[in-house]
Write a new protein. Sequence first.
Length: 262
Amino acid sequence: MAGDEPQLDLTGVHVAILGWAGSRPRQLRGVGGFYRRAGAEVITASADVFRAMARPQGWAEEGRALADRLVEADPGDLVIHSFSNAGFWTYAATLRALPHELRSRVRGVILDSAPGFPERIDPWFYARYSTMAMMPMVLHAFRRPPALSHPLLTPPLWAFLRLWYHVSPTQIASAEQSIGVVCDTGSWDHLLLYSTADRLVPSDLVDAFVERLRRADRAVETERWDDSAHVRHMIVRRHEYFARVAAFLAARLPGSADRSAA
């Protein structure tokens, strides 16, 4: 219920919500509503994952498209709320394309269920986890319920992606480089929300990313659950989830807590 959410005043703040692979506007409506009720201007983006994977500059194109939207919006304060690897890669590509002036307006970044890949991606890892990530989209095309695997569709999709790894070196390199881009760009703080029950994004990979952020002298906060599946934390742990986000932002947007108490 909206009345159960912590109070936060984000008037004048723009929030960019970057969806997971295959996410649709209605699936992002809940998190968008949280920010809109706080007074923020919301921009949502869901990458065309098939196109991004198929084109050598696919993720760069996704980043430029979002950067252009942010330039047009000309935000004062900017918050990024990203979901899963697709959102993470979009975020990294956007950082590369975003003018320095706008990067300086980022006040905080929330990463939900990401990043779920190592700094060096081998073909077996790529095939296994890319197959799980794309399976819900494939099943949706066949009007089937979402799932990370399917007895008939998983083997051929795995074989295709195992081959695709070797014919798409630019895309693989972009994914690997995204961790460095996120760690080394800017000075804003991060909040990572993830779960040990996530089959698609192993929690130890998120832990490793947290440690790299800290080695880069970036402030980072975490919330790790043990009972919520991939990108389901804001549903399974709704009150805790949004309370954590509100507390993180209130500490980084001067005056937001004071305005909400007025």
